[in-house]
Design a binder for this molecule. Sequence first.
Ligand code: FAS
Ligand code: PHB
Length: 398
Amino acid sequence: MTVRSRTQVGIVGAGPAGLLLSHLLALRGIDSVVVENRSRAYCEARQRAGLLEAGTVELLRTVGLGDRMDSEGLEHGGIYLQFEGERHHLDFRDLTGGRWVTIYAQTEIVKDLIQARLAAGAAIEFEVSDTEVGALEADQPVLRYTDAAGTRHEVTCDAIAGCDGFHGICRDSMPAGLVQVAERVYPYAWIGILASVPPSTDELIYARHEDGFALHTMRTPQVSRLYLQVPADEQIKNWTDERIWSELRRRLTVPGWELEDGPITERAITPMRSFVASPMRYRRLFLAGDAAHIVPPTGAKGLNLALADVTALARALTSLLADGRPEAADAYSDTSLGRVWRATHFSWWMTSMLHVDPHADPFGATLQLAQLRYVISSRAAATTLAENYTGYFPLAWD
Ligand code: FAS
Ligand code: PHB
């Protein structure tokens, strides 16, 4: 027996993109259903991004999601770039006329969003299976799924948002041959750890060491988050706590500074790729977030880009469904791809500048160091990094 229903927007995926889209649409009186194949606990615990652009923070505040972020988030005015045994501070506020960034983990944003949506009585179906999207040629596409109790559902929608991440089903549901993919897979990956130890730095340290890249970031004044470049095919089982801390110490230490270590509570390996699918729309199916694009996390763009996509998509769907005006929906893919490629270029640039390429010749390695020296010695070059890192495109939500 199939339960049939309808909604204005069917949303696949309860990650940050799907959840924020549902929240923004509700603010404009547009109803939606969110279907998610994982449990609520899994979504809330999934360790991923940590850094928010100033525009993302201001958006979350504007739409009523800023309280806990403002009390628990850590506002930073810059970062450190480190290479050849020296650490250099980039002052974002000085370079960009006042812009900053905030550390507030993606896990906390997801918790805040789920709490807000459920408090508003929103329909979020966790632990679904066999999700499908169909009737894509029509103006009322269909979202099908089986709920946690085993009941099959068919939801007739005015639009469907594919917010189902890189491994989701929506991108692949678009007509064969339509989606063009541009991709680069990097010859390295990151080991990411969470550790119960206060951060050894006030702001993020991005270090290019001859043995590989390392990043010291954080989650709270008591919890550190650190990353280590490893070979693309590395296995986490090869890395004991001692080996992780020893390698982080080797790559991050400069004279007069020490890395405090502590119990590692989470560890995972993240592959590194750049991936852009276009177009991000087919008739009434729209892609947003990692369903359409992946960036290497060196530029801290993935989460911010996903939230920017759904901010644009919420405005476009409101115009289309509430006002009967298709222009913004028709422009959604092209305008989003402009923003996506800016973030893709910046993420590639930061990644290429800071990671040791195992296939690089001395020419490549020397180029990297020349680029890094230019960034810390030229205001123009430092401003380029700062304006991209803090958010090049303003988020428009009025
Ligand atoms: P998400 O992948 O977060 O969410 C998609 C959701 O769809 C998931 O909950 C999934 O379970 C669900 N789904 C998938 N298929 C489905 C189906 N068939 N039916 C129903 N639901 C389905 N970004 C940074 O800025 N900094 C970082 O350090 C960083 N680290 C990362 C580490 C990892 C391991 C990964 C994978 C990504 C990382 N990112 C980082 C990027 C990350 O933060 C993403 O940009 C962000 O999660 C994008 O959000 P969504 O587009 O909502 O996709
Ligand atoms: C994080 O805090 O997880 C983080 C911050 C900046 C990055 C990547 C990850 O570039």
